[in-house]
Design a protein around this ligand. Structure first.
Ligand code: HEM
Length: 365
């Protein structure tokens, strides 16, 4: 017989603490406002979900922090990130619930909240930094860093998270080590370049020989086509690309970019399927965060119009700007510029294809 105490529902979940944590500021001020309860509950629900997101993101980071990423863990990291994406969808839906509170109801207690703001959510900032948001992309508030809004202790915790390798940095490192970019005589980059040149020559010929076009129209299209050529030329010139990274126009290292392209273009090869799903989930995650930011900015506009935020920013204008500037995996999105149709994709030599497939070679005869 075990001598451990039987688990009891409310004790296990510490419901006395959880359900005793809704203190209305309006009540303290002597005029309780019904909807402040909803406001607190929604924020608390967010913080609980942020905790879960950090729990899962930390597990993903641990896999990628290893000197040699254990490829067997990749499936699990995809599941974890997929879970985060589902949580994000739920968080966006929370806004619908909060919007059942009208702006006038909000005004009944808003003055009691100053200078507190979601801006000071430590967990939200940790998530941003762990994913790889760059300090430079933050919008200063009154020429001060976002860190100035936090209490001692919390500030140091957030600052420390800026210095740790982010998911972006670790994924970059992992991609840069991808095998298959060069396999025996097969050189992915050389083959890809030739395929692009063929594709572009065909596209230019289509414009030049299209009899339906007037001369000025054709010239305009050819000029635009020159822009596409430029983009590809910049891709094929490592120094130029790295210059663009220095200038902040790209973020992925050159090797990582090549690997991400290979994975996306040859994703039908069994060995690349999981890395492809991993990269896709990273984009889903980034997209959901941006969607939440826009949705939150819309809600703020609806609730407070053009007023400044309780945290001291320009309010919904500030929020819209952060939605644009806070994306992390932008380079993965931009990659589709360089996709070529499957019909143009160079065939893999049989030995490379064999290495990229899963073959059962055992058995009893
Ligand atoms: C009535 C509802 C809400 C309004 C009017 C509102 C408004 C604002 C405003 C104006 C800001 C800019 C900072 C400031 O000056 O205060 C802000 C920031 C923020 N709010 Fe809300 N908010 C609301 C609900 C929520 C909820 C439920 C959450 C969930 C945790 C949240 C999380 C955040 C976060 C994380 C930021 C920082 C965003 C960034 O800097 O990119 N807000 N909010």
């Amino acid at each position: 017989m075990s001598d451990t105490k039987p688990v009891y529902y409310s004790e296990y979940l510490q419901l006395d603490r959880l359900l005793g944590a809704q203190t209305l500021e309006s009540e303290k001020a002597g005029q309780p406002v019904h909807d402040e309860h909803l406001f607190i509950i929604v924020h608390q629900a967010y913080e609980l979900w942020f905790r879960q997101i950090l729990w899962d993101v930390d597990a993903v980071l641990a896999v990628f922090r290893a000197e040699q990423v254990d490829e067997r863990s990749l499936g699990h990291t995809v599941s974890l990130l997929h879970r985060v994406v589902e949580i994000q969808r739920l968080l966006i839906r929370h806004i619908d619930v909060l919007e059942t509170m009208t702006p006038l109801d909000f005004l009944d207690f808003r003055e009691h909240l100053t200078p507190a703001s979601g801006f000071q959510s430590v967990q939200f900032r940790l998530i941003e930094n762990k994913l790889g948001m760059l300090p430079d992309s933050r919008i200063p508030i009154n020429q001060a860093s976002y860190l100035a809004r936090f209490r001692d202790g919390e500030r140091e915790q957030i600052e420390a998270s800026e210095d740790q390798p982010s998911l972006f940095a670790l994924v970059d490192r992992w991609l840069a080590r991808t095998p298959f970019l060069q396999f025996g005589d097969w050189d992915f980059w050389r083959e890809y370049k030739q395929a692009v040149e063929k594709m572009l020559a065909r596209e230019r010929a289509l414009i030049q020989t299209n009899e339906m076009l007037t001369r000025p129209h054709r010239d305009a299209l050819l000029k635009r086509f020159g822009g596409t050529m430029e983009t590809f030329e910049a891709l094929f010139d490592r120094d130029r690309y790295e210059g663009m990274v220095d200038a902040g126009e790209h973020r992925l290292s050159y090797e990582a970019l090549l690997a991400a392209l290979l994975i996306n273009l040859y994703r039908d090869e069994p060995i690349l399927q999981l890395p492809f799903r991993f990269l896709t989930t990273l984009m889903d995650l980034d997209e959901q965060f941006t969607t939440w930011r826009y949705r939150h900015a819309l809600m703020a506009h609806r609730m407070i119009g053009a007023k400044v935020g309780t945290g001291g920013t320009a309010g919904s204008d500030y929020l819209r700007e952060t939605a644009e500037k806070s994306k992390v995996f932008t380079d993965l999105f931009a990659l589709s510029t360089f996709y070529i149709p499957r019909s143009d994709l160079p065939d893999l030599p049989p030995d490379v294809a064999r290495h990229m497939s899963f073959q059962f070679t055992g058995g009893n005869g």
